[in-house]
Design a protein around this ligand. Sequence first.
Ligand SMILES: [Zn+2]
Length: 314
Amino acid sequence: MVDRFPMELVAPDIAPHVGNTGIPYVTTLRAAVSGPHIVLAALIHGNEICGAIALDHLLRHGIAPARGALTFAFCNVEAYRRFDPERPNASRYLDEDMNRLWDRATLDGPRRSTELRRARALRPVFDNADYLLDLHSMQYGGAPLILAGIVDKSVELARRIRAPGVIVRDHGHAAGPRLRDYDAFADPASPRAALLVECGQHWEESAADVATVTAYRFLAACGALTPEASRKALEITAPPQRVIEVTEAITVASDDFRFAAPYRGLEVIPRAGTEIARDGGRAVVTPYDDCVLVMPSQQLARGHTAVRLGRYAP
Ligand SMILES: [Zn+2]
C-alpha cells in the first residue's frame, strides 16, 4: 500500500536551462573575482521536482556569483521528462537509482544504463566542485533534513547554512554510494564538501520553498554572495539545529517487509528492543533507548533501505 499525497507543485519547463557548458542542462556562471566553485544539483531523482523549481527560480532571477563560479545542474533529465503528475513515483529513474552510482569503480566500470551514461557525463561537474548542494525530497513530509554523511566538514557546512533544523549524519545505503559521498566529498582530508537536503514531501509546496531558501543560504555560507546579501540570506529566527547520529540502515532482506506502525520519520522509540518491523519472519527491533527513525520508506523491495536508525547527539 503506497500512500498518496496531493500534488501541490508544478514541474517547471527546464528547456530554457539547456546551459552553456557542453553538458546538457548544466549552466556555469563565473564572477570576475576568484572564489569557490559551487554546484547546485537538482533531479538526481527525476520526480523530486522541488530542486528543479529552486534552480529554475535562481536562473530566472539572474542569480550570479559575486566570487568564483556557480553551476546549476539538472541531473536525471531523461527521467524528469517522463514526469507525470498522475503517476509521480514512476519517474524517480528509468533504469536505476542515480544516487547509488557514485564511486570510481562503478563510474569507470563497464556497466551501462541510462543513469550511468548521464552520471558519467556529469562527473566532471562534480569533480570540479568545491561545494555541492544536492536538492532532494522525501516520500513523507515533516521536518526537512540535511543529510551530511559522516565527515565532520559536512556537519560544519550544515551548521554554517543554519537551516533546515535537523542534520543527519549517516553512511548512506548498502545499494551504493550517493553523490554526496562521492570521492573528495567523503574524504576528511579534502576541503571540498557536499550536503544533500531533503526539502519535504515530494509534492508539497513547502518543499519548493525550502529548496529555494536553502539554495540561497548555501550560496551565502559558501562565500558566493556579497557580504550584504549573505547576511540577509543567513538571517534566521529558527531554533538551533539538532544532529541525529545514524548508527545503522535497515536494508530489506526478504520479499515481505512490514513496519509495525505507519511511521513517517523522526519518531523517537523510547525502549530498546521495541519491534518496529518484520522482515520475512525476523523481528526488526530498536537497538537502544530513544531510537530515532529516519526516513522510513514505502518502497520496501529487497536490497533497498527500509529505514535508518539513529539518536540525537547530546
Ligand atoms: Zn532523492
